[in-house]
Write a protein of this length. Structure first.
Length: 271
């Protein structure tokens, strides 16, 4: 079995125009330019898949999603599949319209199951499950029991014995103390202990973190929009931008967290 490499990006928060938002944050760069430069310079050879775990666009409309997808597709080779999860700053109706060409948004009056963006991708050796774990109406991060049941079915039906979950909100990791954790029942937590499940990958916290959900490891990817960093009892926006490279090798998972900015220096090669 050969290695399977995934480029894990997150929290791109793309907008064609940000109005005064960046100024308010004190950010002195234009995030889409950083994203474009990254896409232009990234070596995509050797990757098998690209995943972007949500907050693709920052509260934008269909035109933002369209432009975001165009930018992504312009630089990522066509042979490389790209999969998306949705986050709390993604507006589902504009995502569906801008990136899926669905004229009418999935009717949000309809049962949640009909419009949430949960899906499964099978590769030879691995099953990848994408979970939409944000409830826009109540603005809560959650894996509902209904989703837990769906997840259980997808795990049971997997022909492969290696399953990976991608979602926006991590479990048990907070950006800052006092914020609410992602809601998940004990029943669903038990499903996340399935022996086929190798790991969970998320975003949202704009930094690379890891934890264990029982026996299942979870990693988050940094953001390509802005970093969050605590200092002097405050939380700051920073220019610590990056991405993760996930290498799957049978049951083994290697996660390498790389930075885009601040620029790293290469000294002499190690001999
Ligand atoms: Fe975000």
């Amino acid at each position: 079995m050969s290695k399977f490499r995934i480029l894990h990006l997150s929290d791109t928060h793309f907008r064609l125009k940000y109005k005064r938002q960046l100024e308010k944050m004190g950010i002195d760069y234009f995030p889409p330019h950083v994203l474009e430069t990254f896409l232009k310079t990234m070596q995509f050879q050797g990757f098998d898949m690209v995943v972007i775990t949500g907050d693709l666009v920052h509260e934008g409309d269909a035109a933002d999603y369209k432009a975001f997808q165009k930018l992504i597709n312009q630089y990522i080779p066509k042979s490389l599949p790209i999969y998306y999860a949705l986050g709390n700053h993604d507006r589902r109706d504009h995502f569906y319209k801008g990136m899926k060409g669905l004229e009418t948004p999935r009717n949000q009056e309809a049962p949640r199951r009909e419009w949430l963006y949960d899906y499964v991708i099978d590769h030879d050796d691995y099953r990848f499950i994408f979970l939409d774990n944000f409830e826009p109406e109540s603005r809560t991060a959650q894996i509902s029991d209904e989703q837990g049941e769906w997840l259980k079915t997808q795990l049971e039906r997997a022909q492969q014995d290696r399953v990976i979950i991608f979602m926006h909100h991590p479990l048990d990791i907070l950006i800052q103390e006092g914020l609410p954790y992602t809601e998940v029942s004990d029943l669903t937590r038990a499903i996340l202990q399935d022996s086929k499940l190798l790991g969970i990958f998320a975003g949202h916290v704009h930094m690379n973190r890891s934890t264990m959900i029982g026996t299942t490891p979870l990693w988050t990817a940094p953001s390509i929009y802005c970093g969050f960093h605590p200092a002097d009892q405050e939380m700051y926006y920073t220019n610590h931008l990056g991405f993760n490279v996930i290498t799957l090798d049978g049951q083994r998972i290697d996660v390498f967290s790389d930075i885009i900015t601040p620029t790293k220096k290469y000294y002499r090669p190690i001999k």
